[in-house]
Design a protein around this ligand. Structure first.
Ligand SMILES: O=C(O)CCC(=O)C(=O)O
Ligand SMILES: [Fe+2]
Length: 465
């Protein structure tokens, strides 16, 4: 059985392995940010999806989600708030239990090509071997193969009614130059605070150790490390995200050779370990709350996401790495086993953006996984498809993309070598940040951080794309 949660504003999540699913709204893509509105989410459990059969939806949980994430073009700056409506929890309708206590695998974030069981597989699939599709069958493939996940219309009951507000998050819009004391902290913010505190604790420990060894009070140079503001740390995070946008897998679609992965983006290192832990723990908390039954999710069957949701949408991965398989003609080999044209590993903490052909021409699926995995898919519902009477969440109005400009920040890769020339070309926010960073962060650190961003494309096994 696989599970899918999806919501009015297009948050859906699928838990594979043995886990519960639920949904969030993802607010991260610039084109989406202006469109973001309230999320009412639903949990749908599908019965036998992994066998490739139909997906009878059952709404188990109704919840509202605010800004789960907001990122420029995915920055690692995110805000997560999930509100699960109490009445559902109380009635035990949240039905997600991890019954196999599989240890999460330790994922390796290295991207490597993954062999497909029935076809030659490489991350960028360029030859005709990829063309296992007869002639444009993506629209008329067998019905089972065309499961469309995330359709609110499939829901057994409406779930657009508002829910009580359990939590709100700070709108991160353009990050403020000065942190307002009243700023409400998001999960991501807190996570970053945690990380920073951990860092500080480590530094202090180091200092104490030194003292113990030498027997003298000695102030380590480390502890003089200046404190970066949240904005600065977020900016560094943004710059550290690896992005791969050049996936290629050619298939013949309606007689034409088409790159079915056009529009696909994989953003890795988006979520820090602390953020992942927080989100995953929260999932587990919800599971506990609703652990009345068993929910074994182990795969996502082949589908194209419903067009009631605008493109792009994205899915984030937690706990363990797995492959997502793309192809216009995905085959169900047996329950939970699918084959297609290309398998792309999804590192933990990564965000996969589906757009263009990758979202609309190619199907995708996640074959059964052996380790517990949690994925959360964020979708924004087309305004015109909203249920009548839908009231957008006020908190989600007026959200702005981050001020960071990827094109411009790329120029920051070696800020120490040409700081001033480069600075003139960057935006106001980046400029002050860079100035501060240059002043505060040891050169080595900054260069190291920024150089991470230089390889914007994740290695596909044969080098950076
Ligand atoms: O689990 C994933 O990464 C993909 C999920 C998915 O395709 C969906 O929710 O529509
Ligand atoms: Fe999907």
């Amino acid at each position: 059985m696989s599970s899918h949660f999806f919501g009015e504003s297009g948050a859906a999540c699928a838990f594979t392995g043995s886990a519960l699913c639920f949904l969030f709204l993802f607010l991260f893509l610039e084109p989406l940010l202006n469109l973001i509105s309230t999320v009412s989410g639903g949990v749908m459990i599908d019965g036998a999806g992994c066998g490739g059969s139909s997906l009878p939806p059952v709404v188990l949980v109704e919840f509202s989600v605010r800004d789960l994430l907001r990122q420029g073009t995915i920055t690692g700056v995110c805000t997560v708030v999930v509100i699960v409506e109490e009445r559902f929890l109380k009635t035990g309708m949240v039905d997600g239990k991890v019954d196999a206590e599989a240890e999460p695998s330790h994922s390796d974030t290295t991207i490597t090509p993954v062999p497909l069981s029935n076809s030659e597989s490489h991350e960028n699939c360029l030859d005709d071997n990829c063309d296992n599709n007869s002639s444009g069958s993506w629209k008329d493939g067998d019905g089972d193969d065309m499961n469309s996940l995330g359709s609110w219309k499939d829901e057994a009951n409406g779930w657009s009614e508002s829910v009580s507000e359990a939590s709100t998050s700070g709108i991160l819009g353009a990050a403020p130059l000065v942190e307002a004391p009243s700023h409400r902290m998001s999960w991501a913010d807190m996570a970053q605070e945690d990380e920073f505190e951990e860092e500080q604790t480590d530094l202090n420990k180091r200092m104490v150790n030194t003292s113990a060894l030498t027997g003298e009070m000695k102030i380590s140079r480390d502890v003089e490390k200046p404190k970066l503001s949240r904005d600065q740390r977020e900016y560094i995070r943004f710059m550290s995200v690896k992005r791969k946008k050049d996936f290629i897998c050619l298939e013949r679609v309606k007689g034409k050779i088409v790159n079915i992965l056009e529009g696909l983006e994989l953003h890795s290192l988006v979520f820090s370990a602390v953020e992942q832990t927080r989100i995953v723990n929260y999932v587990h908390e919800l599971q506990e709350l609703g652990s009345k039954g068993k929910l074994k999710g182990d795969c996502i069957p082949p589908h194209i996401d419903n067009h009631d949701f605008v493109r792009p949408f994205c899915t984030v991965s937690f706990v363990s790495e797995c492959n997502i398989v793309f192809g216009t003609n995905l085959k169900v080999v047996r329950a939970g086993e699918f084959t297609g044209s290309i398998a792309i590993p999804l590192p933990v903490g990564s965000v996969l953006v589906l757009n263009g052909n990758a979202a609309d021409v190619s199907k995708h699926c996640v074959p059964s996984v052996t380790s517990k995995r949690i994925s959360i898919t964020f979708r924004k519902m087309d305004d015109e498809k909203r249920p009548i009477g839908f009231v957008p969440e006020p908190d989600l109005q007026g959200i702005e993309p981050l001020a960071y400009d990827m094109d411009k920040t790329k120029r920051l890769k070696s800020p120490m070598s040409e700081p001033y020339g480069r600075r003139q070309t960057i935006g106001r926010m980046e400029k002050w940040m860079l100035e501060d960073l240059e002043r505060m962060v040891p050169n080595q650190n900054l260069v190291t951080q920024l150089e991470v961003d230089e390889g914007l494309q994740i290695s596909g096994g044969s080098g950076d794309g």
